[in-house]
Design a protein. Sequence first.
Length: 360
Amino acid sequence: MKRRSFVQFFGLAALGTPLMSHAQDSIAGDKTLVNASQSEPDVLVYSNLPNYVWKPFRDLLGRTYPWIKLATTDMGAELWERYFAESAAGTRTADIITTTAPDRIADFIDRGEMMPYVSPQSDALPAWSRPETGLYTISASPAILMYNRFLVKKPPQSIRDIVAMANDDPKGMRGRISTYDAAANPFGTAMFATWLRGKDNDWPVLEPIGPLTRPETGTAVQREKLMTGEYKVAFFSSSVSLVALERPEVKRLVGWDYIKDGTMVALQGALITKRAKSPNSAKLVMDLMLSREGQRALATSGMTPYRSDIEQAGLPFNTLQTVRDKIGEENLIYYNYDRKQLASWPQVVEKWKSVFKAGR
């Protein structure tokens, strides 16, 4: 791929283009890194995010580092197997991995596959978002609940509200509630395992709705079935779906809210791999994703920015600070990478199966 020279890049910046201002924010003026990146191939990102999420960031990247092209995937658990198979074969694999699977990320790190890169953005980020050297968070997405506006007279604001709906009308709610399938989807496992860490959250709270619930493996399916009236409510859904929920034809039928008695915050973990073929470009991309400008770009496509220097004004979806203001910091339960807690996930899945067995 043809590369622009170091001189061309800084020449354009001197002519008054926005490149230099973005570069200063993202790499703190690291000219050596910028120069080294220009001889590298495209940056390959393995992710669990749909392509539309990346478009605003791609636009920013193109304005900031025109020679860096970003190739992204939208994969589930298979991204890990693909990475290890390609690594074993000595073929090109991911430069960056970003996903919401803390168990798989922890395993990847423990295998020694993460580059321990210290971003110059680190000091601007909260400690929970960078728990290990080289591991960062590009979005902190709160879980939501959804409901059919025409079938639910009083919109629920918590899990206990949904339980109350089920207790009031068990026959009418049977098969009309949905959640993530924790036995079939790692995101679902993470959701339930994280929720259980909240104050007063335990399986007995969920037992009244377990037999009435039909689990799904994705928020898109839940949303579609809420629109048709097949479901009345869904809980522990992904807020990345807010882009779709705010479309007029969907918003007319489906409402949503945060979960007032425990909103899980899914951390979109991101790391540079040890086998990156474009390590310098990957560092620039990582720095830009973590920067104020990068966070704002990702926020326009439904991701949740968490930096303290990002204001709500001008953004189409809520910042994490806005969520805090709405439901209180005490009601936010963050994903983490604690190895002892992750080791308990198989037991969480088995218990989940027993509570939700009738709906599966």
